[in-house]
Design a protein around this ligand. Structure first.
Ligand SMILES: [Zn+2]
Ligand SMILES: [Zn+2]
Length: 191
């Protein structure tokens, strides 16, 4: 096995896939799909994971504060700019990036491989909070049977359509926030 010529290496994860690459840490043959490019060369996923856990510095409360910050920023900014309607989607990447900046400052840039999921989960919680608030507003509206049509703006049916539209926009906004958080936290190599 160790003497196999380069042409006859097979990926450790894909036995039927030929490769010329090896992990430069453990020497395992890996195909181009499995290889992870690191500043110190080609590594297998297993070695990269081991390395990252060894350097994980995040404490348990960093997960909590990252999730809380991500949720709060997503919800507060989401509600704050929800009246710009569709523009909220344009702002979403900035909101996500802002959440990551604050979280990384508050956690003193401590990091771990799983911290990103606290950030992503927080963003979704924030989106959920916006949706629940929109629902609660509509419920209040229905409960008191406010005559919005008296204002000459909306009928009750219109307000249901408006709610549906706002919920739809909130979903897109939340998704963009969460993915920005994900990519920013993965990109900042500290995580
Ligand atoms: Zn390896
Ligand atoms: Zn492979």
């Amino acid at each position: 096995m160790a003497d196999a010529t380069q042409q006859h290496l097979h990926c450790a994860y894909h036995p039927f896939r030929q490769t010329v690459l090896r992990c430069n840490k453990c020497g395992k043959p890996i195909c181009s799909k499995c290889v992870v490019r690191t500043p110190v060369g080609y590594r297998c996923r297993e070695c990269v994971d081991k390395q990252q856990s060894a350097y994980a510095t995040a404490r348990w409360y960093d997960y909590v504060s990252t999730a809380v910050i991500s949720a709060t920023v997503t919800a507060v900014f989401g509600l704050g700019i929800s009246f710009t309607c569709c523009l909220i989607i344009v702002f979403a990447p900035f909101v996500g990036g802002f959440a990551v900046s604050i979280a990384s400052w508050v956690t003193n840039r401590r990091h771990s491989r799983h911290l990103v999921w606290a950030g992503v989960g927080g963003a979704f919680l924030g989106g959920l909070a916006i949706s629940l608030m929109l629902l609660a507003l509509t419920m209040l509206f229905a409960l008191f049977n406010w005559q919005v049509s008296d204002f000459g703006i909306l009928s009750q049916m219109d307000s249901l359509y408006l709610l549906a539209a706002l919920l739809g926009i909130t979903c897109i906004y939340t998704f963009i926030c969460a993915s920005t958080v994900y990519y920013r936290m993965r990109r900042d190599r500290a995580y």
